[in-house]
Ligand binder design. Structure first.
Ligand code: TIU
Length: 220
């Protein structure tokens, strides 16, 4: 076990049983013309975390530890899109509609791709998920069990939506979660702060949180 300085107390990281989960670092959330923009958000503020997410991915690759990339995405025929999710919101563009980067949040469209700076490498798991959480209607739990993974380090966007949902789902399934605070962000800075506080409150009721430098310093 490696002791990582973290809130609310040190996180015990077992090498060989820990995977990185990079949530939804997709053009659809980070670039203008995608889903995040269609929802009325200023997407430009998410760019700032890209170098930190890339450095976190590089750390796991250097250690030979697994990296999992998720994409919030739907099949082109929308068969995995609940009508309620399709209908939600009052913006001009909805999931499945044609936007400037192709159909919004649809697999294989330019906007649905992971940004180049965080692009998956050969051999890394890329998980398409139709929900906000990574366990909803996916086979990731069986995959993690098969790999012997018990600990998940989280990064990506957005903190209080897909990152927090995935971390809560993982927590309820018995995984130990650590959120890298400068490798995640929200369209709403106050929601990021609140999500981290909620996750770490009550003696790590959902999990732990720490900046990348503290993880790097501890794992060497
Ligand atoms: N809207 C928003 O903040 N997030 C999402 O819809 N998905 C993810 O967080 N990936």
């Amino acid at each position: 076990m490696i002791a990582i300085p973290a809130a609310p107390y040190p996180y015990a990281l077992p090498p060989g049983k820990t995977a990185l989960v990079v949530i939804d670092m997709q053009r659809d959330f980070i670039e203008p013309g995608g889903f995040g923009h269609a929802l009325g958000n200023d997407v430009s503020r998410l760019e700032a975390i890209i170098p930190t997410v890339a450095a976190l991915i590089a750390l796991f690759r250097a250690k030979g530890w697994p990296v999992i990339h998720t994409r919030e995405s739907h099949k082109p025929d929308l068969s995995d899109l609940p009508p309620a999710k399709r209908a939600r919101g009052n913006g001009a563009l909805r999931i499945g509609d044609e936007g400037p980067m192709g159909r919004i949040l649809i697999q294989g469209e330019p906007g649905n791709a992971i940004i180049d700076a965080c692009a998956p490498r050969e051999g890394e798991i890329v998980l398409d998920k139709p929900g906000k959480g990574m366990f909803c209607k996916t086979d990731i739990h069986a995959t993690l069990d098969r790999l012997g993974i018990t600990h998940l380090v989280f990064a990506g966007v957005t903190t209080e939506v897909c990152v927090q949902t995935s971390m809560r789902e993982a927590n309820d399934r018995g995984f130990e979660g650590l959120l890298i605070t400068d490798a995640t962000d929200s369209y709403f800075p106050e929601f990021k702060t609140a999500a981290i506080a909620m996750i770490t409150a009550q003696s790590a009721i959902v999990g732990w949180a720490t900046p990348l430098a503290d993880l790097q310093g501890a794992v060497g």
